[in-house]
Design a protein around this ligand. Sequence first.
Ligand code: BDR
Ligand code: CA
Length: 307
Amino acid sequence: PRKIILDVDPGHDDAIAILLAANSPEIDLLGITTVAGNQILEKTTLNAQRICSAAGINAPIAKGMDRPIVRQQIIADDIHGNSGLDGPAFSKPTVDVIPQHAVNFIIETIIKSDGDITLVPTGPLTNIAMALLLEPKIRDKIQEIIFMGGAYGIGNTTPGAEFNIFADPEAAKIVLNSGLPLTMVGLDLTHQATATPDVIERIKSIGTPLANIVVELLEFFGQTYFEVFGFPAPPVHDPCTVAKLIDPDVFTTRHLYVDVDIKSELNYGRTVCDFYGVMGRQPNCHVAIDLNKERFWNLIIEAIKRY
Ligand code: BDR
Ligand code: CA
């Protein structure tokens, strides 16, 4: 199985990414690290504990950065609610966080490894950038980074920028310029992963308490996505990253030069993807293009069934 560290800001779709990663035989989930993003760090961390407790997931949870590196903090409570994971009623978590800071957990786990760990960030890239800055030796030992964030087309937080990147553009700059093997799973891809009524029906029919939690998550997420963006069904962004590691054919990619704008006023936080190679730069990032929806939802539904 692929060894991964999942770096999250749960978040409805982050929660589903956790469920997929923790119960797929192709994935060895070494740890869950939390970051401020959809909500403040206290809440995203509590939400990681909540979903792990509800699902019986025992992976270590380490709490990370509570703010972006340079910019003022933003959150996405319009989409994820006041708790960051509104919808289902969760009981008090039964799993704790480890005492180690997420950035140190990432560094230590990678240094101890055989160079076979993939980092899977599905929130702002603050923890990943901080780990790269604090211990440059990990560069040679990270297998790859596959992150949810950015877009080659339109943004969702500003016209040009996607939330995870806009929430910490300077961190994204560090990651995109790291020279590491990168895959960017942006909105262009994740907006194809919408939880349509037939998908919700399939999950409902599983009938387990955990499946019901997922349905309640998707119903809340669907409501806010309708109110804020007018989407008929909510895009379940974050698990697309994990799905790619389970099934390499779940989406196509193009190898492109990608950087992030950290200077512009209108396009601050925009991921600029050079499709035509007009900049003459070496490609540094595999950019997600086309999703095989059937394969994607089958992976999610099979994982939920295994709980
Ligand atoms: C991303 O932002 C968050 O709201 C979601 O969890 C996802 O990671 C989508 O732009
Ligand atoms: Ca997220």
